[in-house]
Design a protein around this ligand. Structure first.
Ligand code: DX5
Ligand code: ZN
Length: 221
């Protein structure tokens, strides 16, 4: 298992002052910035693209930027995000015609590669590609919106993916995204996640350091 990472999703941040919001969550103890890219095609919502990622880098953000692509097709936006300063790029297999090729494309641009499993996507999609991945991202809500409730069956799925990662003997992060809160993060960690995305739970809180601190404390038990 790798060191715990808390990755606030800026989807729930105040976009009118995004740079300050990101500075504030990082100062509050967050490790990564989770960057949700929605295209109003693969998912029913429209958010931000490479220009915003680049703007955060220019603003001075040095923390890893964890780009979650909910776009179709995937490949043509990958080089733009790599150039814009993405550290990790994750995509949904349903949105790529050639999953293995997209993974290679991401890595050839110097980024780490993650594959995202929707609540209805079977874990078998990891067959033959797990050995190429740096991260598996399990969605615990259907993608498209922040503030949804954690789908309980994800806990069992986390255990199954954790087993596969452990069996592979490789260092692959297991990230969970959707409905993560300070009061359910302990059981999510116990099921095998090491990387935690949280949007509304962090950005809707009055004190970011308090909620990030409580999340980290709950994970380390
Ligand atoms: C949903 C996004 C999530 C979302 C999480 O499609 O991928 O990253 O922002 O938000 P919360 O933590 O509010 O469920
Ligand atoms: Zn996300």
């Amino acid at each position: 298992m790798q060191p715990t990472v808390i990755a606030p999703s800026i989807l729930s941040a105040n976009f009118a002052r995004l740079g300050e919001e990101v500075d504030a969550v990082l100062a509050a103890g967050a490790d990564w910035v989770h960057f949700d890219v929605m295209d109003n095609h693969y998912v029913p919502n429209l958010t931000i693209g490479p220009m915003v990622c680049e703007a955060l880098r220019k603003h001075g953000v040095t923390a890893p930027i964890d780009v979650h692509l909910m776009v179709e097709p995937v490949d043509r936006i990958v080089p733009d995000f790599a150039k814009a300063g993405a550290s990790i790029i994750s995509f949904h297999p349903e949105a790529s015609r050639h999953v293995h090729r997209t993974v290679q494309l991401i890595k050839s641009h110097g980024c780490k590669a993650g594959l995202v499993l929707n609540p209805g996507t079977p874990v078998e999609v990891l067959d033959y590609v797990l050995e190429e991945l740096d991260m598996v991202l399990l969605m615990s809500v259907n993608p498209g919106f922040g503030g949804q409730a954690f789908i309980p069956s994800t806990l069992d799925k986390l255990r199954r993916v954790r087993e596969r990662i452990d069996r592979s003997g490789r260092e692959v992060r297991l990230e969970i995204d959707g409905g993560v809160k300070a009061d359910n993060i302990a059981e999510i960690a116990a099921a095998g996640a090491d990387t935690f995305v949280a949007g509304s739970a962090i950005f809707n809180a009055a004190d970011y350091a308090d909620v990030v601190g409580r999340m980290k404390a709950a994970v380390s038990g």
